[in-house]
Design a protein around this ligand. Structure first.
Ligand code: FE2
Length: 212
């Protein structure tokens, strides 16, 4: 008889971000609530999937199994991406300067400013989703990507370095839809570059453009 483990229960994280530049406390409160919904739904889906496995009905005999597994991709990523997003913001943002991170971000684009311009272009795209600068563990470079919803477009095996929520709920209380660029500007003003750098795997990405 197969033994299935009890599903892990995720607990919502908390952040002390009140007072951010250009992102209101009201937006944050609403956004934390949405995030907690993803945590709740991830736990619920894991519970229901465990019940189906327990009954031995996972392999095609329970028609809801596939839908629940697909739904988990949305809820789980919704939970995790929001954690990465809130984790990479701070009330006390410091300039990225000439850090290991700024060099790594510029590697594939010819420079930090070029990387940032491209990230802004990705984040400014129409639709709801996420802009993510991913460290590709195969190329050892960071490249910018658009994620549709929460689950479509991730780069397999890669590490998210800079994570920006560009769903409308992230800024609609503070800016008009046409002013999304102002929200993105505010995000950069609050960006915790140190938290992003801590995500960068060691050893450092290749530095073919570096003078050292
Ligand atoms: Fe969000």
């Amino acid at each position: 008889m197969k033994v299935y483990s009890i599903p892990r229960v995720f607990v919502p994280k908390k952040w002390d971000l009140a007072g951010l530049h250009g992102i209101s406390d009201a937006t944050l409160e609403m956004h934390f609530g949405l995030y907690e919904g993803y945590v709740k739904n991830t736990n619920l889906l894991n519970e229901r999937l465990a019940e189906i496995r327990e009954r031995g009905n996972a392999a095609g005999t329970d028609p809801t199994y596939a839908d629940l597994v697909r739904g988990l991709g949305f809820e789980y990523n919704g939970m995790r991406l929001h954690e990465l997003y809130f984790d990479n913001m701070t009330k006390r943002s410091e300039p990225v300067g000439s850090s290991r991170l700024s060099k790594a971000l510029g590697e594939a684009y010819g420079g930090f400013d070029e990387w940032k311009n491209d990230f802004l272009a990705v984040a400014g795209m129409r639709g709801v989703g996420w802009a993510i600068a991913y460290y590709d563990t195969t190329t050892l470079e960071i490249t910018n990507h658009w994620i549709n919803d929460h689950e479509n477009g991730h780069i397999a095996g890669s590490v998210p370095i800079v994570v920006l929520d560009v769903w409308e709920h992230a800024f609609i209380k503070d800016y008009k839809p046409a002013d999304k660029d102002k929200y993105i500007e505010a995000f950069f003003a609050n960006l915790d570059w140190k938290a992003c750098e801590a995500r960068l795997p060691l050893p450092s990405v290749k530095m073919s453009h570096s003078s050292t």
